[in-house]
Design a protein. Structure first.
Length: 237
């Protein structure tokens, strides 16, 4: 990748970022730092853990992003009684034409954008069901390994650990997230914008502006650019 190609590629990445931001701003007020870190993770094939008290639009942000990207979206509501198979899928006995066989029914992890809502309300054993998918983009069940569709991204939300009914995330789980983002309360001016938008019917629906192919292209561009810069730094002279 020479400098001219890198410049053109950077412009395409910047254009994609601006298109996403334009649509996000139709729904999300403020939270610029949160949005920036989520987009960095998206463009570099990472995952994000968003922490904050209930009611700060964590779930709304993720759902809106999925709509903008026109990707297959699934929401997993984590509760104390959810089991690993509720996430990855399970084998069922299928009877056809007098024969019986086990058939794997895919769980909600088989999507491209996963909202792991209130991930720390479920025990670590269930949280661990996400580990292979987040690291390798595969799921192993019943002795077989299934590939996930790309791009694949987990956006998890969690309530503060001091709240009742939460479980601390194990280090292995935390290691799968590129960013742990703390979402705070909006400013006074942002609160006024939120009130106007929700009470005066000023909200508008976001449009899908990028496809999965577009996101994969951006990820490849950034990966190639990073490798090119690394070679330039280590080249003699």
């Amino acid at each position: 990748m020479d400098s001219s190609v890198a410049s053109v590629s950077a412009e395409k990445v910047a254009e994609g970022r601006e298109r996403i931001l334009t649509e996000l701003r139709k729904v999300i007020v403020g939270q610029d730092d949160v949005v920036e870190q989520v987009l960095i993770a998206l463009f570099t094939a990472g995952h994000c853990l968003i922490t904050g008290v209930p009611g700060l639009a964590k779930t709304l942000l993720i759902k809106t992003l999925a709509e903008i990207l026109d990707l297959d979206f699934k929401r997993i509501q984590f509760t104390p009684d959810i089991m690993p198979s509720d996430i990855t899928g399970t084998e069922i006995l299928d009877e056809q034409e007098g024969t019986r066989r086990l058939r794997f029914v895919k769980g909600p992890i088989f999507a491209q954008i996963i909202l792991a809502d209130e991930i720390n309300r479920t025990p670590p054993k269930t949280q661990a069901a996400l580990l292979q998918a987040m690291q390798e983009q595969h799921v192993t069940a019943g002795g077989r390994t299934y590939s996930l569709d790309l791009p694949f991204m987990v956006l998890a939300t969690q309530n503060p650990v001091e709240q009742e009914g939460t479980y601390p995330l194990p280090e292995a789980q935390l290691d799968r997230f590129m960013f742990m983002v703390n979402i705070g309360y909006p400013s006074r001016s942002e609160e006024k914008q939120i009130v106007r938008a929700t009470t005066m019917d000023l909200e508008s629906s976001p449009e899908a502006v990028l496809s999965g192919t577009d996101i994969l292209h951006i990820q490849r561009v950034l990966r190639s650019a990073s490798q090119w810069r690394t070679r330039q730094r280590h080249s003699p002279g």
